[in-house]
Design a protein around this ligand. Sequence first.
Ligand code: GTP
Ligand code: MG
Length: 429
Amino acid sequence: MFDRYEAGEQAVLVHVEFADENTKEDLLELQLLVSSAGVNAIDVVSGSRQAPHPRYFVGSGKAEEIANAVRTQQADIVIFNHSLSPSQERNLEALCKCRVLDRTGLILDIFAQRARTHEGKLQVELAQLRHISTRLIRGWTHLDKQKGGIGLRGPGESQLETDRRLLRARIKSILRRLEKVQKQREQGRRARIRAEIPTVSLVGYTNAGKSTLFNEMTNAAVYAADQLFATLDPTLRKIQLQDVGSAILADTVGFIRHLPHDLIAAFKATLQETQQANLLLHVVDYSDDQFRENIDQVNDVLQEIDADEIQQLVVCNKIDRMEGVDAKIDRNEEGVPVRVWLSAQQGVGVDLLLQAITECLSENMVRHCLSIPSSKSNLRGVFFEMNCISSESYSEEGNWLVDVCMEESDWLRLIKRVDENLESYVIKH
Ligand SMILES: Nc1nc2c(ncn2[C@@H]2O[C@H](COP(=O)(O)OP(=O)(O)OP(=O)(O)O)[C@@H](O)[C@H]2O)c(=O)[nH]1
Ligand SMILES: [Mg+2]
């Protein structure tokens, strides 16, 4: 249904500074996003305004300047670092005689390129359909004969009604399919919670190095490249940690500033694992001048998705780019690790990170040596399902001797729900 663009298109970027800090967009980030989408930025038109102009977003003089740049540079597309209203987009297209894409459209294109799981793809397509449905209005004829241009193309007027009907039907069918996959995933997640394997989620600003670190930690082949959104769907791997046993490691898609509102659902769908995590590894590119702002942005989103109460370990990445910084663990007054300095790319300090994760996870762990009478054989199944057994043997009387290690909350839950005499089987703490 969508025409995808070909790589190597020539774009004119438009970036406007506003007096109001909240609407300030970062030009450098736009350039990264654009190259991430495989487009060449050949010119940048910038300016400053108090507020967007209703007709062209920019003033009419600036709009002429953009149209001129398109003509002289023979650009195929104009990309705005802001959200445009459908009518602004239309007016600009009529003036520049080429495709105009706003920030939302650009990010959607990148999401679409990177979505890998079935659910991720459905979410992105849904967001795309919704985005284009707001733009399916009369007045697209000026684009009828045009070919090329990235993003979603508007239909001609004659096509309008058919397209509207098709869109509605498609949206409905996607919603139905999404409901189905979500149900399936929910069941999978419940199974994992029952198995009580702790989950560690890598979160952080885009390009911080999450996937690189994920690879280092799992030796798994996950795509890592100097492109934004190299990951859209959480990628899960099981890792083995000393003392704690196995844990699930989850890689997630990077956060960006000013994520357009209509993309938040698609983005959050990629972060569902994060809400369930026992520990968050907040990966930060410390060699980036904006690292503080990036940390705040990530924490804001974590708050929005109710993940701000989860224990966080900050990973100060890319120390190879910083003078005189060695790999190390910073701890708080109680001795709990709070920061780990490392270089994911060079593989320096990854061992310290694994050690810090183990310490954080075992913070709330209890270890018990139990002697369980043979009459309580049901406990055997429960412990196996929880994956909490570190060693086992049998006593001469036929008691099952077992060392278990689990979250304290799980131990208390077992006493309450499975066997209130559990404490009496403990022979050593
Ligand atoms: N110098 C240096 N570069 C690194 C380091 N870790 C990662 N990088 C580079 O940073 C870029 C981004 O790394 P990724 O692992 O893809 O980043 P990400 O956080 O997964 O990015 P998104 O998936 O887009 O959110 C790649 O070019 C990596 O090679 C590091 O320790 N030092
Ligand atoms: Mg990644």
